[in-house]
Design a protein. Structure first.
Length: 338
């Protein structure tokens, strides 16, 4: 009987200690680790926003190779979800909630625990830096009563930090094996296009006759701007609405940007291009090689699950007659992100 009595005292003491720890333990937690990875943010982005691609470097997958997962939603977009089951680490689900392309990816984590559900926010932050991209992987959340008691006894940072660091090291190794495509070799930036009006001649033209089309119409557009007393706001441009090489046809506008509202002279039209997010390449070289930049854009949009909306704009920043050396010509290529 004395033994049972002592055991009861011990049990009661443990309960009291647990209650005290639950009351005084930390109410929140936050853990993060960072690493500079020798790759562009555009190259890394799909590997931190696609649950399928993340399997190639995830430390959790490597801890339990028997883990099973189900996926729903469109990969790499807000709302896409992964639900997992693991004999070693339990079950749960992760849902992407915030995406700022090539900068920030947040997701909501839900852990299925014996004492109830746990919730947290996982985050990836990407920043260009010397030597590549600084990737910061972190997690933060609130501790329930039971978790506060556990957190009072365990150092969350020391427990989770090394696992996050191992994941970043794994990601670094994976990125070293990813072949560089044209989209990676050419620097593609995303930016906000301010929108504006273009004075233009728009026609369906044979692709094989594009050079002739621009040569014949740029002077007409510039003369039209002068006649309309419009202030030219930038470099001459081509606005492409369709591109059908199999038919040798493109719907294109030979245009110049103008400030404010303009009344188009006869034979010309005013095209309003709305503001929006765009992917941009500044291609240097002769026009015969500009197709490489468009191929890079196509690859970039496919790799990042992006949709394009017309028009595609080519701004001819440097070219003839001011510069006769075609290796120094500069064409700014703008693809709008839907």
């Amino acid at each position: 009987m004395k033994i049972l009595k002592y055991l009861l005292y011990v049990l009661l003491a443990l309960v009291v200690i647990g209650v005290i720890l639950g009351l005084v333990g930390p109410k929140t937690y936050e853990v993060s680790r960072s690493k500079v990875i020798a790759a562009s943010s555009e190259q890394i982005w799909p590997y931190v926003t696609s649950f399928q691609k993340s399997k190639s470097w995830s430390p959790w997958v490597r801890m339990d190779t028997t883990m099973t997962a189900e996926y729903s939603g469109e990969e790499g977009t807000v709302g896409s979800k992964m639900t997992w089951k693991s004999k070693k680490m339990g079950g749960g689900e992760q849902t992407i909630t915030v995406l700022e392309p090539y900068k920030l990816a947040d997701s909501e984590l839900k852990f299925i625990q014996p004492w109830g559900e746990g919730h947290a926010t996982s985050s990836f932050q990407l920043a260009d830096t010397v030597g590549g991209t600084k990737v910061t992987w972190g997690i933060k959340g609130e501790n329930g009563f039971v978790n506060r008691a556990m957190a009072a006894l365990m150092n969350m940072d020391k427990m989770m930090g090394p696992i996050f660091m191992q994941g970043l090291n794994n990601l670094d190794s994976v990125m070293a094996t990813v072949p560089k495509s044209a989209a990676m070799e050419m620097k593609i930036n995303t930016q906000e296009f301010p929108g504006g009006n273009y004075l233009a001649v728009r026609k369906e033209v044979k692709i094989s006759k594009l050079g002739e089309f621009f040569m014949n119409n740029f002077k007409a557009v510039m003369d039209g701007a002068e006649k309309a007393k419009a202030e030219v706001a930038g470099a001459p441009a081509g606005l492409y609405y369709t591109w059908a090489p199999d038919k040798d046809l493109t719907d294109v506008a030979c245009a110049v940007p103008v400030k404010g509202e303009v009344k188009a002279p006869a034979g010309l039209s005013v095209i309003a291009v709305p503001a929006g997010k765009a992917a941009v390449i500044e291609y240097v070289g002769g026009y015969s090689g500009v197709g490489k930049a468009h191929e890079a854009m196509d690859t970039y949009f496919k790799q990042n699950n992006l949709q394009q909306t017309a028009p595609v704009i080519e701004e001819y920043l440097v070219g003839e007659p001011a510069e006769t050396d075609s290796t120094k010509w500069v064409t700014k290529i703008i693809y709008f992100i839907k």
